[in-house]
Design a binder for this molecule. Structure first.
Ligand code: DAH
Length: 340
């Protein structure tokens, strides 16, 4: 009997299972109801009393060894198994790859720049922190001129000559200063105004300014360029209307309306019953502005226009609240994933 116990112990120590079911088979063979341990226990009852003590200890040691070894082996196998599931279980649902989408303001900006690129305009940019000259005085806003109040300005306290640009017209000045005519540029950028935030106003927004300076540039050129833009942007049926207006840097100046594409000009709540939607300001560059930027106003003339990108985006996508563009709510942004 001692021999059989020793053989079993040796077998347990040498046991190297490859799978969980081999362990289970081994457990049943040794510890199962009809297994080897129970058979030995049965025999133990009949051994001579003087041998009982020594054999009893051996049997107990065998039982402990078998139970511990089998439990340890099972734990190792199940740990390995749960790791395998993480790496190799090809039946598990995958994690979806959600591509980002372009922001509706970027989409609209790109669309506008693209349209003007087809008319031969290149893109010019400039700094957001500007000096008074580029934002106001070179654009024919003399100091103390009431037109400065049209744009509530953020100034830098330490130096009132430095400010956050209120419009991208400052890039107009920079372009004229650095290169002579012919000039044909569109100037996109962020602008800043000290406005209370509401559904129709924000203290940060985006503009695109256009400038065309050459010999013999006329108001008719301006009108035709804007008509082309409006039809490319809002559809071929679009009509435009120019209303006289005032800007210090253009003379004459106008505000441009497009026919409301929601009601085809009949009047709805978006166009407030008028059939028209305002999209931009424009005009012939004031000769004073050309001279301020070292361009001979006797020889050259030009036109300029400026529009708010948020406004164009709102009209194209039917968005009624400007704040949505700045909150970065993924539920809002996701809707533009497939819009080009
Ligand atoms: N800078 C004007 C604004 O911010 C927009 C504008 C109007 C730009 C007329 C122009 C223009 O170039 O000709 O309100």
């Amino acid at each position: 009997m001692t021999n059989r116990i020793d053989t079993l112990i040796a077998q347990i120590e040498a046991f190297r299972p490859a799978t969980g079911s081999e362990i289970e088979e081994f457990r049943i063979r040794i510890l199962g109801r009809n297994g080897e341990l129970n058979a030995l226990m049965e025999e133990f009852r009949t051994v001579a009393p003087e041998l009982k003590r020594e054999l009893g200890q051996k049997l107990n040691a065998l039982k402990t060894k078998a139970t511990e070894t089998i439990n340890n082996l099972k734990a190792t196998v199940s740990a390995a198994l749960s790791q395998d599931v993480g790496q190799d279980d090809l039946t598990r649902p995958g994690t979806a790859d959600e591509p980002g989408s372009r922001h509706p303001i970027s989409l609209t900006r790109n669309l506008i720049l693209d349209i003007f690129a087809r008319l031969g305009y290149t893109v010019a940019e400039g700094p957001e922190i500007e000096d008074d000259r580029r934002v106001f005085s070179a654009l024919n806003f003399p100091p103390e001129h009431p037109a400065r109040d049209m744009q509530d300005t953020f100034f830098i306290r330490r130096n009132p000559d430095v400010l956050l640009r209120t419009h991208t017209s400052s890039i107009q000045v920079r372009t004229m200063e650095s290169s002579g005519p012919p000039i044909r540029v569109v100037c996109p950028g962020r602008v800043f105004r000290n406005e209370a935030i509401s559904y129709r106003a924000h203290c940060i927004f985006h503009q695109i300014e256009g400038l065309y300076v050459d010999e013999n540039v006329s108001f008719a050129d301006l009108k035709q360029s804007i008509l082309y833009f409006a039809r490319e942007c809002f559809g071929p049926q679009t009509r435009i209307r120019l209303r006289p207006s005032y800007f210090p840097f253009t003379e004459p100046s106008a505000e441009v309306d497009v026919s409301c594409n929601l009601c085809a000009g009949k009047g709805c709540n978006v166009c407030k019953g008028t059939g028209w939607l305002e999209i931009m300001g424009c005009g012939m560059v004031d000769p004073n502005v050309l001279e301020n930027c070292n361009i001979d106003s006797k020889r050259y003339s030009g036109f300029a226009f400026g529009m708010g990108v948020e406004r164009i985006a709102m009209l194209r996508y039917g968005v009624r609240d400007l704040r949505l563009y700045f909150e970065n709510d993924i539920r809002f942004l996701k809707q533009f994933a497939t819009v080009i």
